[in-house]
Design a protein around this ligand. Structure first.
Ligand code: MF3
Ligand code: CO
Length: 255
């Protein structure tokens, strides 16, 4: 069942989403060569709790930390630890928080210092794919319209999209219906209605779309070919006029 949120509920999700945007920026400004991903997670978890929110990834089906931090060939669900960030890495921060019972989900991929032109283009195209998908978030469209738009933009740029994981409904829980794949056929899938809130999150590989999940931790999702991947995510409310993007990258990008 797809929950429709009221204007009041969307306002509360927006509060959570705004704090999440600030959180990603706060952690992002600590991304430098020599810091560990565990350190970044700790800064972020403290910030979330200091602002009265709860990090929902921590403890979710056994996931151990507040953030997913995914470096280079790790696509998503990287577990923070003693890995050191280095110059040229691409580091995705993915986080879900609950504030006053309302939930927002967002991710951003940061380049560390000077990244290669290839990786820089991958990040740029992945973020473009997110906004191209968001453009389809209008009542009357279907989920497949979002999926197809994302897939086309990535593939026409020579990249591939992960099949195993997808976007999702969000707002009262981390994962609600519907699933929002990053590949698909226009005009298919659930109808988008005013009041739906979803997380759109292209996971894009420079090489092949095939991924593997770590046998030791069960979470870390990496490209099979070892090539880099990128991930951007926004929480968005569907309106009759188009997307109402609730999370924000403004605090990251307008420094
Ligand atoms: N933000 C991720 C998602 O989009 C996080 C889920 S994995 C978790 O679904 F276990 F860390 F929560
Ligand atoms: Co998500």
């Amino acid at each position: 069942m797809i929950l429709l949120k009221t204007k009041e509920e969307i306002a509360l999700i927006r509060d959570a989403a705004l704090l999440l945007g600030k959180t990603l920026a706060e952690v992002g400004r600590h991304i430098h060569p020599g810091v560990t991903t565990a350190f970044l997670n700790q800064i972020g978890e403290q910030y979330i709790r200091d602002h009265g929110a709860i990090p929902l990834c921590k403890g979710y089906e056994g996931f151990p930390s507040a953030f997913c931090i995914s470096v280079n060939d790790v696509v998503v669900h990287g577990i923070p630890g003693e890995r050191f960030i280095k110059e040229g890495d691409n580091v995705s921060l993915d986080c879900v928080i609950s504030l006053n019972g309302y939930v927002a989900d967002s991710a951003y991929t940061f380049g560390v210092g000077e990244v290669s032109p290839e990786v820089s283009r991958l990040m740029k195209v992945t973020k473009e794919a997110l906004y191209i998908g968001l453009d389809k978030c209008k009542a009357g469209n279907r989920v497949g319209d979002i999926s197809h738009a994302i897939q086309m933009h990535c593939e026409k740029n020579g990249y591939s999209v992960v099949r195993e994981l997808c976007g999702h409904g969000v707002g009262l829980k981390m994962h609600e219906s519907p699933n929002v794949p990053n590949y698909g056929t226009p005009g298919t899938g659930p109808l988008l209605k005013e009041g739906m809130v979803i997380a759109v999150e292209p996971m894009v590989c420079m090489g092949s779309k095939n991924v593997k999940f770590s046998k030791s931790d069960g979470w870390t999702c990496s490209t099979k070919d070892g090539k880099p991947a990128a991930h951007f995510e926004h929480t968005v409310a569907i309106t009759a006029n188009g997307p109402d993007i609730l999370t924000t990258f403004d605090f990251i990008e307008n420094k």
